[in-house]
Design a protein around this ligand. Structure first.
Ligand code: DGJ
Length: 684
């Protein structure tokens, strides 16, 4: 099968199918029988007499020496070791189901070539009786042999999306998210670069498990040298004996143009296939979110004043964050009581909404539907609605509601729906601040059901996925939401790095990024407004600082960057973020290239003092070598006093070929730390 520029070829020797080729697209006349023959391994001493195949679900029953793709048992706990026979293949235009059976079990592997250039793969297990499932991998793919390292992700609250470069070695690299969310700790993404791959060149593969409830990843090098990668739901997530189980979708892609080919495909797939936009043509509105300005301290007068100032700075959507409901004066109470706090809002939210609308902004509201505080009317009325053991430790003073219960989902649907129906609201910030006390896939299915019902009832409302920042970012949640809150850290220096690494997986249009206060609320660091504003303008732009506390000079800078974002957002959000290989580790740089290649913007963020005195040339990428481009430094005024020389870009545009820009690169002016150079490019 072909998807975009990649080919996946499989064969079966009468048992479960196996991959014989995954990589760059093969010619249409490739002889597949020869390809299958070429994939056969030798045997040697110390091995069993027939090499157990690395199939789409390696089988313990065939003495496969590594992690099997299926671990299941009879309902009474007796282990099952099925040895599957191939039954049939079912084709449609761009999908394939490969169906095998054994011992009353049917195992189907489904593969779809998506128009966005990725493959999606899923495993479905059915039985003629109730069985217990310990582990079910999505279709298992081989990992490249010509590779020294893999790149996976780790993170924590206020430090999300860090790349781990993990050396391949015999044995297992295992990551498991057991917190009931895709998680800050290790989001379900993996990149498998071949040796020598950079951002801009080389071969790489990538996988993403599209599930929000926690996952397990196994990347294993067998004693015989073969490598496999498995993704599935957290072990133990299926708590009931059943007749049918299925994995989430595994997204698989290959690039021949370096990590940027991975980034481009993930960005395109998320934006054009996964996210279901209420109105795809709507430009991403500039947000104002009041959380860091006022926290729980709500008053109509203050928020109206803030709204006036946010609108004057260019905001187009005003989001009222936590604190409007129950008796929520801090984070110890009221989750679950989704009625307006009349002590803060004696006339309800209508006066604020009317004011916001009169300023030309739309209105968004914060919820955390899946949670309950022990100090809430909901918990007092329904103590049995909580998930997990009675004597569990709370997290942020809260418990989780058991979403497997239809009456809990009905209550939440009615409560959230009533607020949406009664007010002019076009946006929900949907938070999820507590780790789950138990692992259970039913909880995530319940959450998905709640999202789906609310979206069907209020199709014009956009939703942001937030989980203490970036704790729930995956294609499962993005199929139901339209923005992710990448991190509670809006310190621009941290964000620059985080956004750079997250761009391997997430498009600009879904990645929320806000301008914070002068002194960051999560790091204490003070950064200039220009840097804070340009870093936020790299993604879906917004403000979160208190606009009553910024100087006139800072307001002018912010207004100018906001106007720039508005003038450029349509093509930027439809374009591709390409990471540059900066020769200077103190410079984090990317290009955003329009879909038609006709224009680009280059962001070069100086995040520390350079080792050498002069800036190193920065090589561009993704351009037509033969074309000419006019490049203009947008913000030469940000050059520090030490920039005394004749750097040409400070004085006006340059016209250079794509070959020169990509081969030699450009020289930017000297910069202080916390400077973002912005270079606009236009193809002539
Ligand atoms: C955690 C979120 O990440 C913040 O942005 C904010 O919405 C708070 N929760 C509100 O309690």
């Amino acid at each position: 099968m072909d998807a975009g520029e990649q080919t996946l070829a499989l064969t079966s020797n009468g048992g479960l199918p196996m991959v014989i080729y995954w990589g760059a697209r093969l010619p249409d006349d490739e002889d597949l029988a020869q390809l299958a023959a070429s994939a056969r391994h030798d045997l040697t001493g110390g091995m069993i007499d027939q090499l157990p195949a690395l199939t789409l679900s390696p089988e313990s029953g065939r003495a496969f020496a590594g992690q099997p793709g299926l671990i299941c048992a009879e309902a009474d706990g007796t282990p099952l070791h099925p040895v599957f026979s191939f039954d049939r293949a079912e084709h449609s235009a761009c999908s394939l189901s490969l169906i095998c059976s054994a011992m009353g079990l049917t195992l189907a592997h489904r593969i779809t070539a998506q128009p966005t250039g990725v493959f999606t793969l899923q495993t479905v297990l059915e039985a003629d009786r109730d069985i217990r499932l310990h582990w079910l991998a999505a279709p298992v793919l081989p990992a490249p042999q010509a590779a020294d390292t893999m790149i996976d992700l780790h993170g924590r609250w206020v430090r999300e999306f860090h790349l781990n470069h993990v050396p391949w070695a015999p044995g297992i690299r295992m990551r498991e998210a057991r917190t009931g969310r895709s998680g800050h700790e290790h989001p379900p993404y993996l990149i498998l670069p071949e040796t020598g791959c950079t951002n801009t060149s080389g071969s790489a593969f990538a996988l993403h498990y599209a599930w929000s409830g926690g996952h397990r990843m196994v990347a294993e090098e067998l004693p015989d040298g073969r490598r496999q990668v498995q993704f599935g739901a957290t072990t133990g997530a299926e708590t009931q004996a059943k007749r049918r189980f299925e994995t989430a979708e595994l997204v698989a892609l290959h690039s021949t143009i370096g990590l940027n080919g991975i980034a481009a495909a993930f960005q395109r797939d998320t934006r054009d296939r996964v996210v279901k936009w209420p109105n795809p043509a709507r430009p991403r509105p500039v947000h104002y979110n009041c959380w860091e300005a006022i926290y729980f301290d709500h008053s109509l007068a203050d928020l109206s004043d803030i709204a006036d100032r946010a609108a004057a700075l260019g905001a187009e959507r005003f989001v009222l964050d936590d604190g409007w409901f129950g008796r929520r004066d801090d984070d110890t109470t009221s989750l679950g009581d989704w009625t307006i706090d009349r002590t803060k809002w004696p006339d309800g939210l209508q006066p604020l909404i009317a004011h916001v609308k009169s300023l030309g902004m739309t209105f968004g509201l914060w919820f955390e539907p899946e949670m309950v505080n022990p100090d809430s009317d909901l918990f007092r009325a329904h103590p049995d609605w909580m998930l997990g053991p009675v004597d569990q430790v709370t997290g942020r003073h809260q418990l989780v509601l058991d979403l497997s219960k239809p009456q809990v989902r009905d209550y939440l649907f009615d409560a959230v729906s009533a607020i949406l129906a009664g007010h002019d609201i076009d946006y929900i910030k949907w938070d999820h601040n507590r780790l789950l006390p138990v692992v259970d896939a039913v909880q995530s299915h319940g959450a998905y059901d709640l999202f789906d019902r609310l979206r069907a009832a209020h199709p014009g409302v956009e939703i942001e996925s937030c989980a203490s920042g970036g704790g729930r970012i995956d294609a499962g949640i993005l199929a139901r939401t339209h923005r992710v809150w990448l991190s509670d850290c809006i310190d621009a220096e941290e964000r620059l790095r985080m956004q750079h690494d997250a761009a391997l997986f997430l498009p600009s249009c879904v990645t929320g990024s806000h301008v914070g206060a002068l002194h960051s609320h999560t790091t204490g660091r003070a950064l200039p407004m220009a840097f804070r504003a340009w870093v936020a303008a790299q993604r879906h732009f917004g403000f979160e600082m208190d606009p009553r506390k910024i100087s006139g000079a800072d307001a002018a800078v912010l207004s100018e960057v906001t106007a720039w974002y508005k003038a450029n957002r349509v093509w930027m959000m439809a374009g591709t973020i390409l990471r540059l290989d900066s020769a200077d580790p103190t410079v984090t740089s990317e290009m955003q290239l329009a879909a038609d290649g006709g224009r680009f913007v280059l962001f070069a963020g100086q995040n520390a003092q350079t080792v050498q005195i002069l800036p190193r040339p920065l090589r561009l990428t993704g351009l037509d070598p033969a074309a000419l481009y006019r490049i203009t430094l947008r913000n030469a005024g940000d050059a520090p006093p030490q920039s005394r020389g004749p750097n040409a870009l400070k004085n006006g545009p340059l016209t250079l070929s794509g070959r020169a820009l990509m081969g030699q690169g450009i020289l930017l002016p000297v910069a202080w730390p916390a400077t973002m150079w912005v270079v606009e490019g236009e193809r002539l």
